[in-house]
Design a protein around this ligand. Structure first.
Ligand code: FMN
Length: 294
């Protein structure tokens, strides 16, 4: 999904420079790890680079959103499908059903050691610039009062396990689902689950996100349901949660089709207020990491 999103960013940037990409091929990486095939003319003639391009403005906004959204947004976002990865724009009462999936999948997530430890290790509490660009800074999370304390409490797995004896995972999961349930628009990215389609889903998610940004709206992706579906396949769901997980999977198949999976959910709207955004890693650090791997 990340490579698909990177490809879509590149497409967006190239289009804004007026480049013709019709002979280029974007696909899931093969054994050579390459996922973009194409060639550029030696001399690139452009009117200059856009000062504040859409792909730089795209961000995650975890604030609550105002309840209204213009209906013309829906067809514009549904048109962002890529290959077999499709977009379903959902409004009204059906959002409650999807919010229930998020809450139930989240209950499993807070009982899954691997996800909790990964999440805890990504959190950053500091005020230094590095704390805002490197991991997930708590300032970007739009936490309720006392939220930072709760996060610190759950960051230790032994403590979390002890708290879960009193079903504390239900409290955390309902906090996670609150803003989702109240949102005016949910976007579901769905399609087949093999590698090529996951790449397309990454492109599709980013295409939607760039369009959302272009329309002056914000978005907040929720991966918890998609992650759970993947964990069912890889055997990563705690035994006591398997029934709940299978029940969500059945509902996903009922809604999107037997041979389809849900790649990501995303709430979309106009944020009620202002919040800090995640910073960006310097480009030379990304290039450096990439060259170490190759
Ligand atoms: C595929 C995908 C799934 C994500 N899932 C979640 C999620 O479940 N919850 C959440 O708060 N943020 C989620 N995010 C947002 C990332 O945490 C966010 O992109 C990251 O913190 C960087 O911030 P930025 O989007 O503002 O650049 C997801 C992002 C992607 C690309």
């Amino acid at each position: 999904m990340a490579l698909g999103a990177a490809a879509e960013n590149l497409i967006s940037a190239a289009k804004s420079l007026g480049l013709d990409l019709s002979s280029w091929n974007f696909c899931a990486p093969g054994p050579d790890d390459v996922f973009i095939h194409g060639s550029l003319a030696e001399h690139l003639e452009t009117d200059g680079f856009p000062e504040n391009p859409t792909w730089k403005r795209r961000h995650t906004n975890r604030l609550p959103y105002v309840p209204e959204i213009s209906s013309h947004v829906l067809p514009e976002l549904e048109a962002c499908h890529v290959g077999q990865a499709k977009v379903n724009a959902i409004t009204g009462a059906e959002i409650k059903t999807l919010a229930a999936w998020v809450r139930q999948a989240s209950e499993v997530r807070f009982q899954t050691r691997e996800v909790n430890e990964w999440f805890a290790s990504s959190l950053r509490y500091g005020n230094a610039l590095q704390d805002l660009i490197e991991g997930l800074n708590v300032k970007t999370l739009a936490l309720p009062p006392g939220g930072v304390g709760l996060l610190k409490l759950m960051s230790n797995w032994n403590r979390m396990q002890w708290l879960n004896r009193f079903k504390v995972y239900k409290l955390f999961a309902s906090i996670e689902a609150i803003n989702f349930q109240k949102t005016p628009l949910v976007i579901a990215i769905y399609g087949p689950s093999e590698k090529a389609s996951i790449f397309e889903a990454g492109r599709c998610l980013q295409k939607v996100w760039l369009k959302v940004t272009e329309l002056g709206l914000s978005a907040h992706p929720y991966y918890v349901v998609a992650d759970l579906l993947g964990r069912i396949e890889s055997g990563g769901v705690p035994l006591q949660c398997m029934r709940q997980a299978e029940n969500i999977k059945m509902q996903v198949h009922e809604k999107f089709g037997k041979n389809r999976t849900l790649h990501c959910l995303m709430r979309v709207g106009i944020p009620a207020g202002k919040i800090e955004f995640s910073g960006r890693l310097p480009i030379d650090e990304i290039m450096c990491k990439a060259s170490i791997r190759s």
